[in-house]
Design a protein around this ligand. Structure first.
Ligand code: AMP
Length: 171
């Protein structure tokens, strides 16, 4: 197996007309493809030391925890409002229509922690930019924003330009 690309399935018009949804469930369904994806994500990190991996709800959890284990780092979930049980910090970010909120536990990252931010897809970058703000508010040092896929035509990198952005597959 040389590439994870054949394991990403395009679903047209999901969740709404005009969107091509990048479905990674065929990849998760195959242990070799899952392992190859993890190895490729680890290659993007290289030998940089990481204290915490932050993964976004929900598809950032799959590989976020695997990366954290491999790097001997802690895993930190960022979730939609009302899901995290302890004290949280929240960040509101703009969507195409309206806005959304993401939350993190206030004790999940210590000042000076070296942080890797991970999600499955970088689209407009709004979600990742909000997560960067949460990490920075807790005093974390963002080492890299790391994605399986990047939709280059949406220019998500522009929103994250003060950070290092990496991805395996570019569309
Ligand atoms: P954005 O904030 O626009 O960068 O959107 C990123 C978030 O939306 C990520 O958590 C992705 O999982 C999800 N997302 C956006 N566009 C797609 C897409 N075409 N296929 C799958 N997930 C997507």
């Amino acid at each position: 197996m040389k590439s994870i690309a054949p394991f990403i399935r395009d679903i047209n018009d999901f969740p709404k007309p005009g969107i091509v949804f990048k479905d990674l469930t065929p990849l998760l369904n195959n242990h070799e493809a899952t392992n190859l994806c993890l190895q490729e994500l680890l290659k993007l990190v290289g030998n940089q030391s990481i204290d915490k991996v932050v993964g976004m709800e929900a598809r950032g959890f799959f590989f976020g925890t695997l990366i954290a284990q491999s790097l001997k780092a802690g895993f930190v979930p960022v979730r939609k409002p009302g899901k995290l049980p302890y004290n949280t910090l929240s960040e509101t970010y703009a969507l195409e229509y309206g806005s959304d909120v993401l939350e993190i536990h206030e004790d999940a990252i210590k000042p000076g922690d070296r942080v890797l931010i991970h999600d499955d897809v970088l689209a407009t970058g709004g979600t990742a930019a909000a997560v960067c703000k949460l990490v920075e508010r807790l005093g974390g040092e963002i080492v890299q924003c790391n994605f399986i896929m990047e939709l280059e035509f949406l220019n998500g990198r522009e929103r994250l330009k003060s950070n290092t952005v990496t991805s395996i597959l570019k569309y």
